[in-house]
Design a protein around this ligand. Structure first.
Ligand code: ADP
Ligand code: MG
Length: 339
């Protein structure tokens, strides 16, 4: 008998899911990004047991048409791109069409959704990649995903999860960044029914910073708006009086997408070095608008690390913009802090 076999689809999906879904926070990232892509103006995230027992995400976005629901849970199914050329002009956060199939492969998922134009909503249940039911349901416009018992069918992965408290911390940290990257969306986060985060959705980044980090940070910010060819950097850096003990207070977005970038961190820190004590890190929330062709978001399934066409130029622009701003203390605009 031959020894090499093609794996069955369920096994393939479970393995592939591991690339996208590492922990509850990965699910929250994917589903919140979907909600933002769906045009939601409010997104509520609720978790229990660090998201291992339950993650519920409710949005008021465009909803999913009933005839699209089964497709949405197939691998590589997306409404966001149609061909490879679209990759260079992506404006949505998602495009790989991997999240829903991955989540459904390793958890029990209930979806309730209703597009504004439909009279009825639909309730769809899929567990471990197997459809359980699809039926009419009364629902508000928008979409709710309930994800229960993460990794119930992949014990090896479950073992790698940390305590509920640690996992809840990862979820909260991620939601803070997503809220910062989308000031136009009102976010609410509840852990075991307790509200941990709330932003207004007013569109004002300094208000989001205030909601998340409080008055001490919000009243010590320098606003930044720096342009160079093909790139614009907007946001806030903390005045040197509010330096932090670690890098967790550096948040970057590139074209609306929360990213990590060692290169941007380095440029920021190098620019701040002369103004801060050693072993301290700046506070910064920076939104980059970079010509879509200059960045490749297609690097990793979780899309956190970007590749820039012109690394050195981006470094220089970040360094210059920030350095120059720090040298102009007399130009500090007063940031209005709500009472
Ligand atoms: P991607 O986001 O890469 O397209 P996903 O697997 O995350 O892939 O989602 C598949 C499709 O399901 C999306 O392209 C979108 O059409 C639809 N979808 C997912 N979540 C939502 C949502 N909250 N509201 C509306 N449509 C959604
Ligand atoms: Mg997606």
């Amino acid at each position: 008998m031959a020894r090499i076999q093609v794996l069955d689809q369920m096994t393939i999906d479970k393995i592939a899911a591991g690339e996208v879904i590492e922990r509850p926070a990965s699910i929250v990232k994917e589903l919140v990004e979907n909600a933002v892509d769906a045009g939601a103006s409010t997104v509520t995230v609720e978790i229990e047991d660090g998201g291992i027992a339950l993650i519920r995400i409710t949005d008021n976005g465009c909803g999913i048409l009933r005839e699209d629901i089964r497709n949405a849970f197939l691998r590589h199914s997306t409404s966001k791109i149609r061909c490879v050329e679209d990759l260079s002009r992506i404006s949505s956060l998602g495009f790989r069409g991997e999240a829903l199939s991955s989540i459904a492969a390793v958890a029990k998922v209930e979806l309730i959704t209703k597009p504004g134009e439909d009279a009825f909503g639909t309730r769809y249940v899929i567990e471990g990649g197997r459809e359980v039911s699809m039926e009419d349901a009364g629902a508000a416009d928008g979409t709710t995903f309930c994800v229960r018992q993460l990794f119930y069918n992949v014990p090896a992965r479950r073992k790698f999860l940390k305590t509920a408290i640690t996992e809840a911390g990862h979820v909260q940290d991620l939601l803070m960044r997503l809220a910062l990257s989308h000031p136009e969306v009102g976010f609410r986060f509840l852990n075991h029914g307790q509200e941990k985060l709330r932003t207004s959705g007013s569109g004002k980044l300094d208000e989001v910073i205030y909601s998340i980090y409080g008055r001490d940070v919000a009243s010590n910010l320098l606003e930044l708006d720096h342009r160079a060819p093909g790139i614009r950097i907007r946001g806030y850096i903390g005045k040197p009086v509010i330096t932090r003990g670690n890098r967790n207070f550096e948040t970057f977005f590139v074209n609306g997408r929360y990213v990590k970038s060692a290169m941007i961190s380095r440029a920021l820190e190098d620019a701040c070095k002369d103004f801060m004590m050693q072993h301290k890190f700046p506070f910064a929330v920076l939104a980059f608008e970079i010509d879509g062709e200059q960045v490749d978001v297609n690097v990793h399934p979780t899309k956190m690390e970007l590749r820039f066409q012109k690394q050195q130029e981006v470094y220089n622009t970040v360094f210059e913009g920030i350095h120059r701003r720090l040298l102009e203390p007399e130009l500090i605009p007063r940031v209005e802090v709500p009472e």
